[in-house]
Design a protein around this ligand. Structure first.
Ligand code: AMP
Ligand code: MG
Length: 521
């Protein structure tokens, strides 16, 4: 196994001069050098061959002892410079000060044969200066969730960080899963994540909050030079114009990410500004969830149960709020509010426009007509009027016969009978839809193919995650690997895996891990 490293982040940005691994406030620095801890008995549970391919590693490389040791944190390969990143963030709407990588350690930037950099990061690799009062570790439960969801999102076409490997450490980790005083030991695990970088909104906020404007400028210039070629091409680095253009691009990327979440029914669960990637990638898979029945008010995060700040239907507004916080952080480099305000305005316009295009495509419409807004709004009302499985419903629409019995036959409902009112509402919507389709040029067959590329058959339903975790904790990792396989082709019919497309079973409705998740991980 051979990986070359080219660590631009470490080379070009200010380092914490203190190299002791003690918990503290770290000023004026982008990162602190720190080594992962050694683990007792690392075992490979799974690797993603597509992620490995980005590093030019083949399947036999991933089976090597060196792979296991490197990606469990037990061996530092030549060229790696392990470090934890410093960042701050707004958590649940409040400024939380310094957070930083409390249990993530970047190993370095792999440079592949195609000359692309991939930052490799271990999650659950032991304490860092940013660990505050926690242990720096991760459990198998949350690691299975992060690993599988990252790769599922990638194959669904949703911007995301990637996951290379899932390794159990052989160590036991104490967790109070429901924060109710019942702490227990759980198996520890490490996931190796990959992304262009792990720079977050909070990476800029921390400097701004401390008035460390020189470091703020350095990080902005670094980010533009390395990751925003269009900005670098059109503007001189270090100018206010370049920072504005950078901010505009981040807003656009963020809009696109949230649109994709809406398309597939994903709820992030903890959209704190420290969990917002500057690249518009879904990052930090914690108490996320997938809509089973379509419910814009649903959040999987029990920590957020009373305010539902991060509920499905609120994600665009929160993303915008987060962009406001990023604008505030960048302001000292721009010293003008107008361009930032107009970028934020544009966020809303862009979101509305892209949302309509996305909804249209889910319905098999090639373009958006003025009156389609009504079709979409009525559809949302319909989906919430009775418990309707989002994924199965959209998939069922690619069907010659569209009627209540055909929807029942496609198992889209959680309730077994429906009121007269509902049936009238459904009929109205179906006839509106069929009128609209009559103005489209695609044949039925073409439209169904088009829709089936946008409406996934297989998503990472919460109950599937829990089943895979239960088995994995008992030492059987076959379901983890089966799901990885299924999620490679989420838009295809896979008859042998039909059961993984089933709607949520009744037992999972209120079960911990399926409908309720905490931040404990
Ligand atoms: P999250 O809610 O996962 O985004 O985490 C928020 C902050 O808490 C980040 O700074 C994490 O690095 C830190 N954190 C979460 N879990 C742990 C842990 N077990 N040990 C150390 N730091 C943690
Ligand atoms: Mg986080």
């Amino acid at each position: 196994m051979n990986i070359s490293f080219d660590n631009r982040f470490v080379r070009e940005l200010p380092a914490d001069p203190d190299t002791s691994n003690t918990r503290r406030q770290v000023y004026g620095s982008c990162y602190s050098l720190v080594d992962p801890i050694k683990t007792a008995d690392p075992k490979l549970v799974s690797f993603s061959k597509e992620a490995a391919d980005l590093l030019n590693l083949n399947e036999s490389d991933c089976g090597e002892e060196t792979f296991l040791r490197a990606f469990s944190g037990n061996k530092i390969l030549a060229g790696m410079q392990p470090h934890a990143m410093c960042y701050g963030g707004h958590q649940f709407g409040n400024w939380a000060g310094q957070l930083g990588d409390g249990r993530a350690i970047v190993l370095g930037e792999a440079l592949n044969k195609q000359q692309r950099h991939w930052t490799l990061q271990l999650k659950g690799a032991g304490p860092t200066p940013y660990s505050r009062t926690a242990d720096g570790l991760a459990v198998l439960r949350s690691s299975v969730r992060e690993y599988l969801c990252s790769e599922a999102m990638y194959h669904l076409g949703v911007p995301t960080t990637r996951a290379l490997s899932l390794i159990t450490t052989g160590d036991q980790v104490m967790r109070d899963m429901l924060y109710d005083g019942n702490a227990e030991y759980e198996p520890g695990a490490v996931v190796c994540r990959m992304a262009p970088s792990f720079i977050r909104f909070g990476s800029f906020q921390i400097f701004s909050s401390r008035q460390e404007y020189e470091e703020l400028g350095q990080l902005v210039d670094f980010t533009i030079s390395n990751y925003f070629p269009n900005v670098a091409k059109n503007h001189s680095i270090g100018t206010p114009e370049s920072v504005v253009a950078f901010f505009e691009e981040v807003c656009s990327l963020t809009v696109k990410m949230v649109i994709e979440w809406s398309r597939v029914g994903f709820v992030h669960g903890v959209m704190n500004t420290d969990n917002m990637s500057i690249h518009g990638l879904t990052i930090d898979y914690g108490p996320y969830g997938w809509l089973d029945n379509y419910d814009p008010d649903w959040t999987p995060n029990t920590t957020d149960a009373s305010h539902r700040r991060y509920r499905f239907g609120q994600q665009a507004n929160i993303a915008l709020w987060n962009c406001y916080q990023l604008a505030n952080a960048l302001y000292p480099l721009i010293e003008a509010t107008e361009p930032l305000e107009s970028a934020l305005q544009n966020f809303q316009t862009q979101f509305a426009k892209h949302w309509q295009t996305m909804m249209a495509s889910k319905l098999g419409l090639e373009s958006v007509e003025e009156t389609d807004k009504v079709l979409f709004e009525k559809l949302e009302q319909l989906l919430t009027a009775t418990e309707t499985d989002m994924t199965r419903f959209f998939r069922a629409l690619a069907n010659e016969e569209l009627s209540y019995p055909s929807l029942v036959a496609n198992d889209v409902y959680y309730e077994s009978s429906h009121s007269e009112d509902y049936l009238i509402q459904l009929d109205e919507w179906l006839s509106l839809y069929s009128d609209r389709l009559s103005r489209e040029s695609l044949s039925d067959g073409e439209r169904f193919a088009f829709m089936n590329k946008r409406n996934p058959k297989y998503v990472f339903r919460n109950y599937l995650a829990q089943q895979a975790i239960d088995l994995s904790e008992a030492g059987d990792h076959t379901m983890v690997n089966q799901l990885l396989e299924v999620f490679r082709n989420p838009y295809d019919e896979q008859p042998e895996f039909e059961h993984f497309a089933a709607k949520r079973p009744d037992w999972a409705r209120t079960k911990v891990g399926c409908s309720m998740l905490s931040c404990s991980s």
